[in-house]
Ligand binder design. Structure first.
Ligand SMILES: *[C@@H]1O[C@H](CO)[C@@H](O)[C@H](O)[C@H]1NC(C)=O
Ligand SMILES: *[C@@H]1O[C@H](CO)[C@@H](O)[C@H](O)[C@H]1NC(C)=O
Ligand SMILES: *[C@@H]1O[C@H](CO)[C@@H](O)[C@H](O)[C@H]1NC(C)=O
Ligand SMILES: *[C@@H]1O[C@H](CO)[C@@H](O)[C@H](O)[C@H]1NC(C)=O
Ligand SMILES: *[C@@H]1O[C@H](CO)[C@@H](O)[C@H](O)[C@H]1NC(C)=O
Ligand SMILES: *[C@@H]1O[C@H](CO)[C@@H](O)[C@H](O)[C@H]1NC(C)=O
Ligand SMILES: *[C@@H]1O[C@H](CO)[C@@H](O)[C@H](O)[C@H]1NC(C)=O
Length: 426
């Protein structure tokens, strides 16, 4: 009798906690398209939910056109590259000359962000690599006047997570090496004023050295980390076919990266279909691991997810492109693991910016893919409308849940003081 009573209590507790926090799924079918369970309301209160764009890709300042007497931004390396090698800008010879022309159509972009109820916008413009601001008409105008005192600057990294290809030590080593190498690449100059040890060992004299003054300048100089996460790959050891002097950055760690493991299993749902080079797959749980890694390795820095997104084929019809349920799966599965890592590990993440606000020029792919939460009609650039994924994000942000699940977040201490100041104050 007693035993039964206890069992019943245990069962009830299990049911209650299941209802409170739905487990995150790593693969299809995803169920988190349901914003009853997963919405902005189950993130810390001051968490920013926004969208992202970038100067060259969305054309914040036109190279070619003289807008309102403005002389334009001048040329950058991507203009040079795409004009000199049009075929490398994308198989469609696309480039960033005009793209979605956010430089002149910014009001339309703001309207869409208002519709989303986004609380932040990550964008860049050509004369300053990165600024982050709260969205409002006023601030966009301010930006155009080149005064952006409110901007907060942080380095942005493209991060990818690495899993061992199989259960061998060699494969685990290869995955660790990739982490040290590529996640430590940008990071250690900023925390220690020099490149990671493993990189110095392998790359040796091909790696520039910082002078003492440079090291002093960069170490601890950031306000926050902006992490762009898209996918994960398996790593396995791979001897290099070329001599050390001719290595590319990808060859130095001596690892081969794949989307399937030694058992031939794919990493997760389809990410990019590519018959020529092999399909890419994605792994929502990677965002959990990578955030936890940065927290532990770099002393719990302030983090913003500055990009996370999914592409669909550019040749889809408008109807197909707008009915983008795969993008909803991608966004919601990553947001689920993001919530989980904040809740379970107390990672100091304060914002998430979905890539991208609207369809735009993609580096090396031109307009053959669409990454937007809103659809852009390339023959009528004012015709920009939320896709299904944009509508989903809208209801996620609004948190239209019947029974909002209040979650017990560990609240990390928030401060925009940079690491250097923190050290000086200590
Ligand atoms: C950087 O310093 C290391 C150690 O002093 C040296 O071995 C290496 O050749 C230097 N690299 C360059 C590019 O000067
Ligand atoms: C590097 O590659 C070039 C040709 O691509 C070759 O001529 C040269 O010998 C290589 N250097 C080394 C050190 O292997
Ligand atoms: C893994 O993927 C590659 C590239 O798509 C493919 O060539 C290979 O056959 C796959 N391996 C297994 C074991 O499925
Ligand atoms: C794009 O806009 C043009 C001009 O308004 C219109 O004729 C065309 O149907 C639109 N294309 C799509 C795919 O909606
Ligand atoms: C946007 O937020 C406001 C205020 O919270 C709310 O009243 C409105 O319904 C939201 N709009 C959408 C489309 O969710
Ligand atoms: C947004 O949420 C508010 C209350 O939380 C609700 O009244 C409103 O209808 C929602 N807006 C939309 C468009 O669902
Ligand atoms: C948060 O951190 C700041 C500076 O790092 C410190 O001055 C403040 O006392 C901390 N607040 C709490 C509640 O710990």
């Amino acid at each position: 009798m007693k035993v039964h009573g206890l069992a019943l209590v245990g069962f009830l507790i299990a049911v209650v906690s299941c209802k409170a926090i739905e487990e995150c799924r790593e693969n299809e079918p995803f169920t988190c398209g349901n914003t009853d369970q997963l919405s902005s309301k189950s993130f810390p209160e001051d968490f920013i939910f926004g969208v992202a764009s970038a100067a060259y890709q969305a054309c914040y300042k036109s190279t070619i056109f003289d807008v309102e007497g403005d002389k334009g931004r001048g040329l950058n390396v991507w203009d040079g590259f795409t004009h000199r090698y049009p075929e490398k800008g994308g198989s469609d010879h696309g480039n960033g000359d005009t793209t979605c022309d956010s430089y002149t159509r910014w009001q339309k972009d703001i309207d869409i962000m208002d519709e989303l109820n986004a609380t932040g916008y990550r964008f860049s413009f050509a004369w300053c690599s990165l600024t982050y601001m709260t969205i409002s008409n006023h601030i966009i105008m301010v930006c155009r006047d080149q005064q952006f005192q409110k901007g907060k600057i942080g380095p942005v990294m493209i991060t990818r997570w690495f899993l061992p290809f199989d259960e061998t030590d060699a494969s685990r080593d290869a995955a660790d090496r990739m982490k040290e190498f590529f996640l430590g690449w940008f990071m250690e100059p900023l925390t220690k004023g020099r490149y990671p040890d493993i990189m110095r060992e392998i790359v040796g004299s091909r790696l520039p050295n910082f002078t003492e003054a440079e090291a002093e300048l960069v170490a601890g100089s950031y306000d926050f980390l902006g992490l762009n996460y898209y996918t994960t790959q398996y790593a396995q050891p791979k001897p290099n076919p070329v001599t050390w002097a001719n290595h590319t950055a990808m060859m130095d760690p001596g690892a081969k990266l794949t989307y399937n493991n030694s058992r031939g299993e794919n990493l997760g749902p389809l990410f990019v279909k590519d018959e020529k080079n092999g399909n890419a797959y994605y792994y929502p749980k990677g965002i959990y691991y990578v955030m936890d890694y940065f927290k532990n390795k770099y002393n719990n820095p302030l983090i913003y997810i500055t990009e996370n997104g999914f592409s669909t084929p550019g040749e889809e019809t408008r109807e197909e492109a707008v009915a983008d349920s795969k993008r909803i799966d991608y966004l919601c599965s990553h947001l689920c693991f993001l919530r989980k890592v904040i809740r379970e590990k107390g990672v100091n993440i304060k914002g998430y910016f979905a890539w991208a606000l609207g369809d735009n020029y993609e580096f090396c792919k031109g307009f053959t893919v669409r990454f937007g939460l809103s659809y852009v009609n390339w023959t009528d650039l004012n015709d920009r409308n939320l896709k299904k994924s944009g509508k989903w994000y809208q209801s996620f942000i609004n948190g239209t849940t019947k029974n909002p699940v209040k979650q017990d977040f560990r609240r990390p201490n928030f401060s925009f003081q940079n690491q250097k100041k923190k050290l000086a104050d200590a």
